[in-house]
Design a protein around this ligand. Structure first.
Ligand SMILES: CN1CCN(c2ccccc2CNc2ccc(C(N)=O)cn2)CC1
Length: 231
C-alpha cells in the first residue's frame, strides 16, 4: 500500500510515520508513505501557496496551481488515477469499516488542507472523497491523514506481528475491547479477576466476550445497537 501525502508540512510526517508499527511496515515494504511538499510546486518566486479569499473574509485560502502541479507530479506515468482523499471536516466520518475498504487499495493520495481551506476547484477537479476523523476543528489535515494512515496500515496483512490481535481489534467485531491486566496479580490490594489466572482458556474467552458486550452496552449503546442488528 502506497500513501502519497500532499502537505505543507512534510517533515511532520517523516517524524511520526517512521515510528513503531508504521515504521516497521515501511521497512518490510508493506507500506510506503511519501510526504510531498506542496510548496515545492509553487511557480511564484516567494514560494506562495495561499492567497486572500475572493469575496473577502478572514484567513487565507490554498491556491490551485501548487496543488494541481504537485498532484500531476505524483500521478504522472501512472496508468490509473489513484483514489484522492481530502482530509476535511466536511467529509464522511472515518470508521473501522471504511478503513477496511481503504486497506484494499494499492495507492492512495491524501490531500492535507491548511489555512482557512482550499480553493473549491481543487476539490471539484481532483478529490474523489472527503474524509473527516470526527466532528471537531483542527489546524490542518495532517493529523487526520496520520490517523487514517495508522488505522488503514494496521489492516494490511503482515503489518501487525500477530494477525490474532487483528481479530481482537476493538471496533473490528463492532464491540469494545475487554479489560486487560498484567503482573502483579495484586497491586496495592487490587486483585486481577480470578478467571484470568485460572488457565481455563474457554472460560477466559467466554468472560472476555461477556466483558466486551457489557462494556459496549454501557459505554457505546449506539455500537451495541448496531451489533445486535448485525447478529
Ligand atoms: C477553521 N477551519 C479552517 C479550515 N479547516 C479545514 C478546511 C478544509 C480542509 C482542512 C481543514 C483543516 N482543518 C481540519 C481538517 C480536518 C478535520 C477533521 N475533523 O477531520 C478538522 N479540521 C477547518 C477548520
Amino acid at each position: 500500500m502506497k500513501f502519497d501525502v500532499l502537505t505543507l508540512f512534510p517533515e511532520t510526517f517523516e517524524l511520526v510515520m517512521k515510528e513503531s508499527i508504521i515504521g516497521r511496515a515501511q521497512e518490510k515494504g508493506l507500506v510506503e508513505v511519501n510526504a510531498i511538499d506542496i510548496r515545492d510546486y509553487t511557480k511564484d518566486k516567494h514560494r506562495k501557496v495561499d492567497d486572500y479569499p475572493f469575496g473577502g473574509g478572514s484567513g487565507m485560502v490554498m491556491m490551485c496551481q501548487p496543488v494541481f502541479d504537485a498532484f500531476r507530479a505524483v500521478t504522472q506515468g501512472l496508468d490509473t488515477k489513484p483514489r484522492v482523499i481530502f482530509m476535511s471536516p466536511q467529509g464522511r466520518v472515518l470508521t473501522q469499516k471504511m478503513a477496511v475498504e481503504l486497506s484494499k487499495e494499492e495507492h492512495l493520495i491524501l490531500l492535507c488542507g491548511h489555512y482557512e481551506g482550499i480553493d473549491e476547484r481543487i476539490i471539484e477537479e481532483l478529490v474523489d472523497e472527503e474524509i473527516s476523523i470526527g466532528d471537531y476543528v483542527l489546524t490542518g489535515g495532517e493529523l487526520p491523514a496520520m490517523v487514517l494512515i495508522d488505522c488503514v496500515s494496521r489492516l494490511i496483512p503482515g503489518v501487525l506481528s500477530s494477525e490474532g490481535s487483528f481479530s481482537d481489534e476493538s471496533h473490528f467485531n463492532g464491540l469494545l475491547e475487554y479489560p486487560q491486566y498484567t503482573r502483579p496479580a495484586e497491586y496495592e490490594g487490587r486483585p486481577v479477576p480470578e478467571i484470568l489466572l485460572s488457565g481455563h482458556h474457554a472460560n477466559i474467552q467466554k468472560w472476555r466476550a461477556e466483558q466486551s458486550l457489557e462494556r459496549t452496552r454501557k459505554k457505546r449503546p449506539d455500537l451495541y445497537e448496531e451489533y445486535l442488528k448485525g447478529k
